[in-house]
Design a protein around this ligand. Structure first.
Ligand code: EPS
Length: 388
């Protein structure tokens, strides 16, 4: 099992994390983590802070010896460059009394007895997801040792939905870094970009949908034996905990509710029938061979256990509440109607949320894998994996 604790305020000196449970002997390159951090920062529709102030980079503080993990807790930090900028230019922390509807501002003030929304936003801010991404990158480095990859793509922005065909690992890898929204459907992506431009001009924000696919996952992670160990439930919790996510689905998700039982499952067919059927999501043959599935409606999870097909999780993101066209709210000091606070914000965070989705899915799968294989050292884990 892996555990982590993350901390840090959006405009404080740094985000920090402690990761526990990694085996000894793993190489985690800073450059790999930084590439993941950069992907989270990018994506069309990000605001001024992401575009021109931050350049997220991880600093490992403990847990390594001669470039490999020790099996002891890993500590890291990601400095907030916005903090340094504020120090240099003498900018004071912002204060505001008019909560943004949809943000944690109002319930956070009540919950923690603050007289101002700023302290709520400091920790409720999605800035914290940079640390989540760094933790997830460490998990990805471990999963890579077992041939497991975790990638995401944007399925929708506002009302525009992609029709991108089969999200194979090769295609997901290809669109990873040079497409504005990491969308498999180039035509829909153009429409999405135009929609974001329009929203930016109007001072409003846009939500959407991302999908995370984990390929190469062995059969048998998770269990149906108790509700809090079902892997589908745990993944749903992980993705739901990403700021701005309002719904999560596994595999075909919501679409399953409206079809009959003949069209809701993934039949197991003799291996030779694979070529005649629709390729499975992720395009990877089922482990254990002898049979194949030509669909993956279950999203790689049956009874809360991985079944060897790619694990597929979708997240549905609301349009973020900070927007230039300010919403009606109440001034907490005067009790009078007022317009919600706004200083600067992103317009669309769907691709960024997809990268965070990858991070949390990777973390959960790596955690389950260490439970499955033991985690004292990488060599033993690999030997046990080959015996599966
Ligand atoms: C965020 C508000 C903005 C975003 C921030 C999330 O920050 P600021 O208040 O400093 O303008 O830039 O996102 C990040 C900093 C990030 O790293 O993703 C919010 O209120 O959630």
């Amino acid at each position: 099992m892996l555990r982590y604790l993350l901390a840090g305020e959006s405009h404080g000196p740094a985000l920090v994390g402690i990761l526990e449970g990694f085996p000894a002997g793993l190489i985690i390159k800073n450059s790999f983590v930084d590439t993941e951090l950069a992907l989270r920062q990018q994506g069309y529709g990000r605001g001024p802070r992401m575009q021109s102030i931050e350049k997220d980079a991880v600093e490992f503080l403990s847990g390594f010896w001669k470039g490999r993990t020790l099996g002891s807790p890993i500590a890291f930090k990601i400095p907030n460059l916005d903090f340094e900028l504020r120090q240099r230019t003498g900018q004071k922390a912002q204060r505001w009394q008019v909560p943004r509807p949809g943000h944690a501002d109002f319930p956070g003030v009540v919950r923690h007895d603050f007289d101002d929304c700023a302290p709520v936003a400091e920790r409720a801010s999605a800035r914290s997801t940079a640390a989540t991404t760094a933790a997830g990158a460490c998990a990805k480095a471990l999963l890579a040792q077992f041939g497991i990859t975790v990638f995401s793509h944007t399925r929708g922005v506002g009302p525009v939905l992609a029709d991108g065909g089969d999200p194979t690992v090769a295609r997901l890898r290809r669109i990873r870094s040079h497409r504005p929204l990491r969308c498999l459907d180039a035509r829909a992506e153009k429409e999405m970009v135009a929609l974001i431009d329009q929203a930016m001009e109007q001072g409003v924000t846009l939500g959407g949908e991302f999908e995370v696919l984990a390929s190469g996952v062995p059969v048998g992670l998770g269990t149906y034996c108790h509700s809090d160990r079902r892997l589908d439930a745990l993944l749903a919790e992980d993705v739901m905990a990403i700021p701005a996510v309002k719904a999560v689905s596994i595999g075909a998700g919501l679409e399953i509710a409206s079809v009959d039982g003949q069209n809701a499952h993934d039949e197991m067919l003799p291996a030779e029938e694979r070529s005649s059927g629709r390729p499975s999501v992720g395009g990877r043959p089922t482990l254990g061979s002898g049979f194949v599935r030509t669909t993956n409606r279950a999203g790689g999870l049956e009874g809360g256990i991985t079944n060897g097909e790619p694990v597929v999780v979708r997240g549905f993101v609301k349009p973020i509440s900070s927007q230039r066209k300010r919403l009606q709210s109440i001034n907490l000091k005067t009790g009078k109607p007022d317009l919600a606070a706004w200083v600067r914000s992103d317009t669309c965070v769907v691709p960024a949320a997809g990268i965070v989705g990858e991070a949390v899915v990777a973390w959960r799968l790596a955690s389950e894998l260490t439970t499955f294989l033991g985690s004292a050292d990488l060599k033993t884990m690999k030997r046990r994996f080959l015996e599966l």
